[in-house]
Design a protein around this ligand. Structure first.
Ligand SMILES: Nc1ncnc2c1ncn2[C@@H]1O[C@H](COP(=O)(O)OP(=O)(O)OP(=O)(O)O)[C@@H](O)[C@H]1O
Length: 259
């Protein structure tokens, strides 16, 4: 894990709250994420994990509280602003362009951050720019093990492969923080164990901070530097995997239910 000279957190949530009518999906949640760490977010179904990701990426405005990214207030920032500052994510329900190839999916994500823009991502930019974008896209596909299937339609990929393609696409925008919403969903056990190594590799290679929502507890315990546990919208524990897994509140709320 790396940290900047000041040791300041890269992300800081203070009292984040989101209500949907009478339901408090995220209730007064405060935590800090350190630069370079792999930070897990776990909790039972409906605990508020995805809502918290949506609050952090501007998809859902908070009902209360504040969020800082690298010391900047991003509490009410729109998704494109959050993305341009360096937060990129994948989704629990995969959001690929299903009728485009793997390569085109990655290229479009690259063009959303270049001056060329989204449409030139589809219709083509100038030669030099196109070559650079293409090289990076192939590199990312190679990294996620999909280079040999670059020209296949995303719709034809297995769940596991679609999730890897989503990660390649999220990396294409060169984020500082990568948020992964259930990256192991739909993966078999061999793919899950490869995933742990893979997430560590991309963290090191791209100097990333990684936040991960994941239901598969052994994977989270093995992968994460620290873990936050949500239950009914409230943060009930934050700490290293060993201390969190021993925490009686966690055992009762979540791990106990899994046993
Ligand atoms: N747009 C919405 N409108 C109303 N209620 C919502 C909305 N989004 C989420 N909720 C509710 O907020 C609560 C938290 O949902 P959320 O999806 O954040 O939980 P989660 O921990 O990600 O669950 P899961 O593990 O099942 O994905 C749930 O009760 C859910 O039904």
């Amino acid at each position: 894990m790396t940290s900047d000279a000041s040791g300041a957190p890269i992300l800081q949530a203070r009292g984040l709250t989101r209500r949907f009518g009478g339901l408090v999906a995220v209730n007064n949640v405060s935590f800090e994420v350190r630069r370079g760490e792999i930070f897990g977010l776990i909790g039972p179904n409906g605990a508020g994990k995805t809502t918290l990701f949506n609050l952090m990426t501007g998809l859902t405005p908070p009902s209360g509280g504040a969020l800082q990214f690298e010391g900047r207030d991003v509490t009410n920032a729109a998704p494109h602003r959050v993305a341009s500052l360096g937060l990129s994510r994948t989704f629990q329900n995969i959001r690929l362009f299903r009728t485009l190839s793997a390569l085109e999916n990655v290229k479009i994500a690259q063009h959303t951050r270049t001056s060329a823009g989204f449409w030139r991502g589809i219709f083509g930019a100038d030669r030099a720019e196109e070559r650079a974008v293409s090289e990076q896209a192939w590199e990312l596909l190679d990294l996620v093990g999909l280079a040999d299937r670059a020209h296949e339609l995303a719709a034809n990929f297995s769940y596991g492969d679609q999730r890897r393609l989503e990660i390649a696409r999220a990396l294409a925008s060169q984020p500082k923080v990568l948020l992964l919403d259930e990256p192991a969903a739909g993966m078999n056990s061999a793919e899950k164990s490869v995933l742990t190594t893979f997430i560590r590799t991309i963290r090191d290679r791209f100097d990333l901070t990684v936040l991960v929502i994941e239901h598969h507890v052994p994977l989270v315990m093995n992968l994460c530097d620290r873990i936050a546990v949500l239950n009914f919208g409230e943060l009930i524990a934050v700490g290293d995997p060993a201390s969190v897994s021993r925490d009686p509140k966690v055992v009762e709320a979540y791990l106990g239910a899994e046993a």
